[in-house]
Design a protein around this ligand. Sequence first.
Ligand code: 13P
Ligand code: SF4
Length: 303
Amino acid sequence: REQNAQLTEKILKLKEERNAVILAHNYQIGEVQDIADYVGDSFGLSRVAADTDADVIVFCGVHFMAEGAAILAPEKTVLLPEILAGCPMADMVTADALREKKKEHPNATVVTYVNSSAAVKAESDVCVTSSNALNVVNSLDTEEILFVPDMNLGSFIADRTDKRMIMWEGYCITHHRVRAADVDAARERHPDAVVVVHPECRPEVVKKADHAFSTGGILKFARESEHKKLIIGTEMGLIHRLEKENPEKEFYLLHQGLVCPNMKYTNLEKVAAALENMQPVITVDDEVREGARRALERMLAVS
Ligand code: 13P
Ligand code: SF4
């Protein structure tokens, strides 16, 4: 505890000196969320990164998120405190593989989840996050969509749109662990709780749940709904904020395997070290950046 207090003091001092802002995803560990200037979902964080006046962005999340900030704010220094924090789903598609797939579907509009590399974004027409995916897809004036890389989020959209969706077969290894039977078991344990899941869960899990939202959407639902007991089907880090914001409510994790190890690599020591050493810096080559920025900005314009 004392060590955390010292680290927090060091971080706040360095943050002043560097004119830095600390952004944290909702899946980060509690201590990191608590020292961040802004905690949010992928969409909210990309907005803040694009608009901030800070010179330095410390991105407490995974690689594609920091890359997104570097794409939208190239004049800023973007730091990712743990360089090994990646996203296994983002790694399930490469720019080369996507180029090949596009040849098979020349008329399809390529819609890419932000959980992807800058090079993959640069091969895409538009990006989406889980909070705006349906709106963005429905805003397109084409009928055929190649959706990359999350087949589960893709199915979630396919069930709610008239567009013809071709799916890349990627998935989040964390959310994909949850099975339909786990929803039944959780409901048996907590019969009067509402079940809210992330659309990265399998379609049969989403169908059994009462609602599916992005992490920001789950937070909003928890704040605004009458329900006092909620079963949460997304990465466990979200429970920290849910409990902090709603002390009178009870939250139960749908499945004990809902842990993303990559999101847990970042801690206060690494945040302090990143600010002290101004490393590891995330950059994107100009050529790739231009294409990726176009896809991201098209998303921001719709949302
Ligand atoms: P959101 O916070 O946008 O819902 O994203 C979930 C996620 O898996 C990020 O890696
Ligand atoms: Fe990637 Fe899933 Fe971890 Fe999000 S929770 S960073 S999608 S592996």
